[in-house]
Design a protein around this ligand. Structure first.
Ligand SMILES: Nc1ncnc2c1ncn2[C@@H]1O[C@H](COP(=O)(O)OP(=O)(O)OP(=O)(O)O)[C@@H](O)[C@H]1O
Length: 284
């Protein structure tokens, strides 16, 4: 019996909780047929028109516009193409980790593979390294210029790192967020700690680690940008810095030869943040 109801002309009638039953006509707007509520309806109450040829004639189902009109009529409002949820908020993602774990390498790759991100260019008083470009890798400024930026409160945060100043220009973040872009900040652990105090939970903090201490030290040696004394300071500092992991939201392992995996992981974090029901709200 039930199968007969479903497969016969019954399928042309629409049953809706607490709403009248309609028959869909291809020509006219649906009119109420009976005033049954769904809960009071019994199978035996249902109007099943006799159709002796039901096995041979094709089932006539309502067209899509008819079905939509009928649903709108019963619900008492039209369907709109407006998004069901608002677009996700822009995020600030802070990528940090000890010296030599591959922060620059991960960020440079992320820049290649992901649209809609603005990578904040940090201002620094340190001299340019071979191959670095002013305005791309850093804004290279003199010590005096840097200190005047501090005085004018142009920096979100700044620090003295290995004897040189580094700071994040506020204006750059505000400008790109206004354009709808997400912001990526690349900072050392000290900078991340300060940013956590300033931004709280409004930003996403990612801690990059190498697969082992040895791997990290080898990467620094291979990079050939530090003297032996500088290497000693960086490696000793890195040992201490791993203890700050707990104040981060995510950790990503950047293993030797697996840079793409680390970048994919960072992308997944961005996607997860964008899918959150309770979005972070950035306040600068
Ligand atoms: N997954 C990886 N596999 C192999 N080498 C890597 C990987 N990631 C980074 N490197 C290399 O390790 C070295 C250190 O990386 P990078 O300069 O990106 O580190 P960093 O965290 O930005 O360091 P710092 O904080 O000192 O600037 C670079 O020579 C880089 O090319």
């Amino acid at each position: 019996m039930f199968r007969k109801l479903c497969s016969s002309s019954f399928s042309r009638s629409i049953i809706f909780p607490n709403k009248p039953i309609f028959f869909i006509s291809s020509r006219s707007f649906p009119k109420p047929l009976r005033h049954h509520s769904y809960s009071s309806l019994k199978m035996t109450d249902t109007h099943i028109p006799d159709n002796p040829n039901s096995s041979s004639s094709p089932i006539q189902s309502p067209t899509k516009p008819e079905s939509l009109r009928s649903l709108e009529f019963q619900l008492g409002s039209s369907f709109t193409v407006d998004p069901i949820i608002p677009p996700p908020n822009q995020i600030i993602i802070v990528v940090s980790g000890p010296s030599g774990v591959g922060k620059d390498a991960v960020i440079n790759k992320l820049r290649e593979v992901r649209q809609g991100l603005h990578f904040v260019v940090t201002a620094t008083s340190r001299p340019m390294r071979p191959g670095e470009v002013d305005g791309k890798d850093y804004y290279f400024v003199s010590r005096d210029e840097f200190l005047s930026m501090v005085e004018n409160e142009e920096l979100l945060e700044y620090a003295l790192v290995y004897g040189e100043y580094k700071g994040i220009p506020k204006k750059q973040i505000q400008e790109y967020m206004a354009k709808g872009e997400d912001i990526v900040l690349r900072v050392d652990i000290q900078g991340a700690q300060t940013l956590r105090r300033i931004l709280g939970n409004s930003a996403v903090f990612v801690f990059l680690v190498a697969e082992s201490e040895l791997a990290m030290v080898e990467r620094l040696i291979d990079r050939k940008t530090e003297s032996q004394e500088e290497l000693l300071v960086r490696v000793a500092t890195a040992r201490e810095e791993v203890r700050h992991l707990k104040s981060f939201d995510y950790v990503v392992v950047n293993a030797k030869g697996r840079l793409d995996d680390a970048v994919n992981r960072v992308e997944s974090i961005i996607d997860a943040e964008k899918s959150k029901v309770h979005q972070r709200i950035v306040r600068i």
